[in-house]
Design a protein around this ligand. Structure first.
Ligand code: GAR
Length: 218
């Protein structure tokens, strides 16, 4: 593929993924499980973690997938960190970079423009951006008293949790919710939303129209 738009035809082969993470890797595991079950036609070629010693790396190792650590703390600035991230992906022929609980900023640059997806455990643009990750998101949702939350999968650009939205799934916020109970409900929605968005990308059904994504009929 020579342009920087999502494919307009089905790839006709598994989508080659790089998964970037910083923690537990339940998002990675869900993708691997969906691939294993045949529900998602994709292949995780490499996992890159911004932190050493995380469970996400163990999950990659257990699945026999190449894994690399590009430790954010060892880089002076975002630019040199991103140089190292991009170098880690060299040679893997990646179609799509999937951010899966990646707590640093990945710069798509020209190489991966419109080829980076992120999942966020809220309905962006609410409760999103720098500092909104993990439990903090659900704590903020409960503090605001909103009645619905959910998750968002979007094409990622150079800002945290920002870029054209591919899919959003909503869940109710219940009166007796805690951050844990809400997180669990949102997580179930995430488990369907991410594979669905990757599938749409691989099936060539995403059309970029300014800041909007339109989904072509099958
Ligand atoms: C997921 O809930 C994901 O939506 C969230 O981090 C979690 C990662 O879990 N991402 C963000 O908050 C991005 N701003 P995991 O490490 O177990 O996959």
């Amino acid at each position: 593929m020579s342009d920087n738009l999502p494919p307009s035809e089905p790839l006709g082969r598994p989508v080659r993924l790089a998964v970037l993470l910083s923690g537990g890797g339940t998002t990675l595991q869900n993708i691997l499980d969906r691939i294993e079950s045949g529900a998602l036609d994709a292949e995780v070629r490499i996992v890159v973690s911004s932190r050493p010693g995380v469970r996400g790396i163990e999950r990659a190792n257990a699945a026999g997938i190449d894994a690399a650590v590009v430790h954010r703390k060892q880089y002076e600035d975002g630019r040199s960190f991103n140089d190292a991230l991009h170098a880690a992906l060299d040679g893997y022929e990646i179609d799509l970079v999937v951010l899966a609980g990646f707590m640093s900023l990945f710069e798509p640059r020209d190489r991966f423009r419109n080829r980076v997806m992120n999942i966020h455990p809220a309905l962006i643009p609410a409760f999103s951006g720098a500092g909104f990750y993990g439990h903090r998101v659900h704590e903020a949702v409960l503090a605001a008293g909103v009645r619905v939350s959910g998750c968002t999968v979007h094409l990622a650009d150079d800002e945290y949790d920002h870029g054209p939205i591919i899919t959003q799934k909503t869940v109710p916020v219940l009166d007796d919710d805690t951050p844990d109970s809400l997180a669990a409900r949102v997580h179930l929605a995430e488990n369907d939303a991410y594979p669905e968005a990757i599938r749409l990308w691989g099936d060539g059904r995403l059309r970029l129209d300014g800041n909007r994504i339109r989904i072509a009929a099958e």
